[in-house]
Design a protein around this ligand. Structure first.
Ligand code: GLN
Length: 504
């Protein structure tokens, strides 16, 4: 019973719960049994809230039993990245600094999810404050890949990806500043979606780099990712940067082929960092899209080689400013050193030195440097100019192409520990994901093929800002082509539907 339950998608699960074919308590039994079995070895959660989840489940079941419909995610157990505020649950950001922080309010996305009937089962492990690509910089220890415990789960939304891949949750929320939803989704073999800048409210998301942060869905398949996006997206008067979605993305429109769709692969993404296996799978994804009727070709995007440098300059600058509030006074950990109690400067310095981990401190220092007088023009301002050039390069690209295709990462999930040996290499590995954040695009990561050890390759589809609907329609078809039984079998429906919206 539990196994059959856990193999359902979130959309199927909520439908069956709402049809009274499944009781929520059985779903929660299955989920917490899996957590019991796997959590020890995985480290996907920082906080598990079984009591709270059971209470939410009972309340929803009562509403169902009296004939109410609590919403499209009714009874679906969800894991939430630990930088998103859920009222009453610790929100640590994977940091000692916020180990004791319990928010008094729900983030806007959480509010929307509660209204849709989702159940929050816990808060997931992450790279400290979202800074990392492999899920290893958390104060609470690394999160491991459920497909191979010697490999990283990917970061920074490591626990969210691992929880969904391991059957500990049906859906999860991550946040993506430079790839943190897409990379762990790719390494764990699930779907991860970074919405366009502004599609989803960030009120209640602890800020890392504000010009790029976005909350995004992590799910077992494209359909679930679209459903979750539909629920969380929308304009929020409390977040001036939020605009919501241009068009509704749920339910995904049926399409039987991709004729008339043009897809470009930036040739700069096909350089040496790409492993043979990754290249081969990317080529197969392109072939699958061609078989579906799309025109796929490589093209020169431009500035691919500058994206990582621009991203880390901008992200570090913004993080040094955003994290200034964590000082042991306004927020966060305060040093226990008695010598610091009568010396304000010492207290601030020591609290931050002890409260933040190595990677966070490195970035705060770099960020302070690139913003300092005399260096601001040479670094931060210059990075902003490069960011502008990248945005313009994408604007030109989307005049010719409906979507872009690329890898998520150069290869499958690397072994645990590798990032500590060479952090510049870790930064460089973000070269395929950071451009979407610099330019505010939407981008989706989809598992497509696996290596000889069963580790998945992640393929990325990118759409222009606001074009999530068309992107999800194409992704759904590509996903069906990636299924073991091969091409031609569209997951979504028969004939009909058309992709000739404003974007595609
Ligand atoms: N790996 C990138 C970084 O460390 C991206 C992180 C993210 O998207 N939060 O900044």
């Amino acid at each position: 019973m539990a196994k059959a339950l856990l193999s359902l998608s979130a959309a199927q699960l909520s439908e069956r719960i709402r049809n009274k074919e499944i009781r929520i308590t059985d779903v929660l039994d299955a989920v917490f049994e899996t957590i019991q079995k796997r959590e020890q070895e995985l480290g996907a959660f920082i906080t598990v809230d079984e009591k709270g989840a059971r209470e939410q489940g009972d309340a929803l079941q009562r509403r169902l039993d009296v004939g109410e419909d609590p919403g499209p995610l009714c009874g679906v157990p969800m894991a939430i990245k630990d930088n998103i505020c859920v009222k009453g649950l610790p929100t640590t950001c994977g940091s000692r600094m916020l180990k004791e922080f319990v928010p008094t309010y729900d983030a806007e996305v959480i509010k929307r999810l509660r209204e849709a009937g989702a159940i929050f089962i816990g808060k997931t492990n992450m790279d400290e404050f979202g800074m990392g690509s492999y899920g290893e910089t958390s104060f609470f220890g690394a999160c491991k890949n459920p497909l191979d415990l010697t490999k990283v789960a990917g970061g920074s939304s490591a626990g969210s990806a691992a929880a969904v891949a391991a059957g500990e949750a049906f859906l999860a929320l991550g946040s993506d500043t430079g790839g943190s939803v897409r990379t762990p989704a790719a390494f764990c073999g699930i779907v991860g979606f970074k919405p366009s800048y502004g599609a989803v409210s960030r009120r209640g998301l602890v800020a890392y780099a504000s010009s790029m942060d976005q909350i995004g869905p992590m799910a077992k398949n494209v359909e679930d990712a679209a459903l979750l996006l539909q629920v969380i997206a929308g304009e929020d008067p409390m977040d001036a940067t939020s605009r919501g979605l241009k068009e509704s993305v749920w339910p995904i429109q049926n399409r039987c082929d991709l004729s008339g769709i043009r897809i470009g692969i930036p040739s700069g993404w096909l350089q040496d960092q790409l492993s043979g296996g990754m290249r081969q799978n990317l080529e197969q994804a392109a072939a699958a899209l061609r078989d579906l009727g799309a025109a796929v070709e490589t093209f020169d995007l431009g500035y691919e080689d500058l994206a990582v440098a621009a991203y880390y300059t901008i992200a570090d600058a913004q993080c040094s400013s955003n994290l200034a509030r964590f000082d042991g006074m306004k927020y966060g950990y305060r040093t226990q050193d008695p010598a610091a109690s009568s010396d304000l400067h010492r207290m601030l310095k020591q609290s931050r030195s002890e409260g933040f981990g190595r990677e966070v401190k490195r970035r705060i220092m770099l960020g302070g440097f690139v913003l300092s007088e005399g260096y601001y023009e040479a670094y931060y301002l210059r990075a902003l100019k490069v960011c502008r050039l990248i945005r313009e390069a994408f604007t030109r690209a989307f005049e010719h192409y409906d979507l872009l295709l690329g890898p998520v990462s150069g290869d499958v999930a690397p072994p645990l520990g590798a990032s500590f040996l060479d952090n510049l290499k870790m930064y460089e590995s973000d070269c395929y994901t950071v451009p979407a954040n610099l330019a505010g695009l939407c981008a989706l990561s989809l598992p497509f093929g696996a290596n000889e050890n069963g580790l998945p390759y992640g393929i990325q589809l990118l759409g222009d800002t606001g074009c999530e609907k068309g992107l999800l329609e194409v992704a759904a078809l590509l996903e069906a082509a990636a299924l073991p039984d091969g091409y031609q079998q569209a997951a979504y429906g028969e004939k009909g539907g058309d992709l000739n919206g404003e974007c595609l």
